[in-house]
Design a protein around this ligand. Structure first.
Ligand code: ADE
Length: 249
């Protein structure tokens, strides 16, 4: 996969792309990433890339010329999938990451300031937001998307982890613990230490359902419930917090 990023803050990408899994993916040629500073395409002698809004209003908007000249300098930009980051876009999610991981070439344009000249959208395929909050610019949004796409590419992380994810239900993960069994008086749940596999499975299912019920009721609505799930949920809805409090069937 080839990824091009258009930004006025190219230095924001250097740390992330030279660390951890992204660094390895680039070194192993699973992905080629190029960052372009579109300010250097400005025809203005001071390198200006923004201007005031027609019709008035506070704040500056990104102008069309530097961005589109930069875009057109990228080989095969016409056939690439072109995304602009913006809080007005469709909200990003894992299914979208999976779809984008199938593309050969993606171009990200990082939005900035109070927004951009609407005519930029004429050259772009879609506007994407990473969530209902406002960032100072699109760089962090682009980084989040690039990270989530690259980890899905072949040979970047263990294939089993990805395959497992694709079968996972719309449920939050249960809590996990590692050694030591007691830290500062805080104990690992007894059921996990005892090692009865069927009890551990039930405990984890209960905890996943409880977390999802407490934090993400929207996900729970998409879940196909087994008889056991309905049984656990009936207790969770009554306010039961601990798996051990549920009467054994
Ligand atoms: N730019 C500012 N806020 C953003 C968001 N939530 N998603 C994408 N780009 C943004």
């Amino acid at each position: 996969m080839k990824i091009d990023i258009l930004t006025i803050f190219p230095e924001m990408f250097t740390g992330i792309f030279s660390s951890s899994i992204l660094k390895r993916a680039i070194e192993n040629e699973c992905v080629k990433i190029e960052v372009h500073d579109f300010r250097s395409y400005s025809l203005n002698k001071h390198g200006k890339v923004d201007d005031t809004s027609y019709g008035g209003g506070a704040g500056m908007l990104l102008t069309v010329q530097p961005i589109i000249d930069c875009l057109k300098s990228i080989p095969n930009y016409q056939t690439a999938h072109k995304i602009i980051t913006s809080p007005c876009g469709k909200v990003y999610h894992q299914q979208k990451a999976k779809e984008l991981s199938q593309e050969k070439h993606i171009i990200f344009l990082c939005g900035h300031y109070e927004g951009f000249d609407e005519r930029i959208l004429h050259y772009i395929d879609e506007e994407v937001s990473i969530g209902d909050y406002i960032l100072t610019g699109g760089e962090i949004a682009t980084l989040a998307m690039v990270d989530s796409i690259v980890r899905l590419l072949p040979n970047v992380i263990a294939q089993e982890s990805i395959e497992e994810e694709s079968f996972t239900e719309p449920l939050l993960e249960y809590p996990q613990y590692t050694k030591p069994a007691i830290y500062d008086g805080l104990k690992v749940p007894e059921v996990l230490v005892q090692g009865n596999h069927e009890e551990i499975r039930k405990y984890r299912r209960f905890e996943s359902l409880k977390r999802t019920f407490e934090r993400r009721k929207d996900l729970l609505e998409q879940l196909i419930l087994s008889k056991e799930d309905e049984f656990f949920l009936s207790y969770i809805k009554k306010g039961i917090k601990q798996y051990e409090e549920i009467p054994k069937k």
